[in-house]
Design a protein around this ligand. Sequence first.
Ligand code: SF4
Length: 414
Amino acid sequence: MATETRTPFEEQRSARPQVRPRTEGWTQAQDTEGRPLLQFASPKRGKPPVHLADLTVEERVEKVKELGLPGFRAKQLSTHYFTHYTSDPAAMTDLPAAQREELVAGMLPPLLTETRRLATDKGDTIKFLWKLHDGALVESVLMRYPGRITLCVSSQAGCGMNCPFCATGQAGLTRNMSTAEIIEQIVRANAAIAAGELGGDPRKGGQDRVDAERVTNIVFMGMGEPLANYKRVVEAVRTMVAPQPHGLGMSARGITVSTVGLVPAIKKLADENLPITFALSLHAPDDELRDELIPVNSRWKADEAIDAAYEYYAKTGRRVSIEYALIKDMNDHAWRADLLAEKLNARGKGWVHVNPIPLNPTPGSVWTSSEPHVQDEFVRRLNAAGVPTTLRDTRGKEIDGACGQLAAADETDV
Ligand code: SF4
């Protein structure tokens, strides 16, 4: 009688339980065929006021002229906004006093109202909750690390990707944020830093001298799927890297755009000629699980998303990141680490880095952290297969309430 032989994958599959994704305390909206609803188009709502940061340098000059002032005032306004991080007419003493208010009202209308601010004990992490002009709420998180200051920004109010673990996706997409609303999050964070409101020791990075500080790194891992708001996100990135005073003068290398896998948009991004970092939130290498974990996988499968990530590398020469939140008994099996390594190696070597994200323990939830030895084994297997892999430092709950978040947001702490 022939003995049944099992592959190592099958052995490992049977050894550990398989927890399936499910929403906790809410019901996923479904389409007419009973699949989780995906919303790509922004619902029609009143647009936010047009702001200097929505306009090209030429358009800014034109708009200032329309307001009855000489075009060179546009550059002065840009300097105040992008270099001094202010929209306060009283601070703009180089502008004619009689027209200052009107000019600022026309060019720098208020976009974000701070409604809440939460800080860690040491004050080195600040979560800002912002109200937009139409009452929609978004957040950004400012974090000091040794040698860098990172801001996690939102790109949409709500999100249409409907991931079962995510508080942001529950209510669907409210609307796309404008370019200026994205930029304003950085300007306001820079203003907070300049005012000495971010705690922590600036010298921890090993520098003796501390230059004027500001946000150095951006991650689009706040509210929203950035590539579903493609045009405005790319315009915002261009403004971030444009030299001061026309933009924020940031290094593109410090900017990370992440996506759950909108394949056509990834391909488009690769052609933008922006040396930014691209991150794919994969969270599962197999479609069986990923279909449930990331509903957009019903549109573009894991292999297509990985292919698009590889193409991004091939076109830009920029190594891409794979984000992988490790969830206990759901996606942290050793065979999945092996399968992920196999899929990545099949496309080539040296093109990708995997960042497993340790979650916070959430007792009683299916969305809870892998045990430390399981995390270590996951990382070890990938590294052993030649795929550079490092557990990411997530600074506590830096991504709560947003992309990559795997527990309902509790806004009482950061
Ligand atoms: S995890 Fe990201 S893509 Fe998914 S619903 Fe939340 S914000 Fe949207």
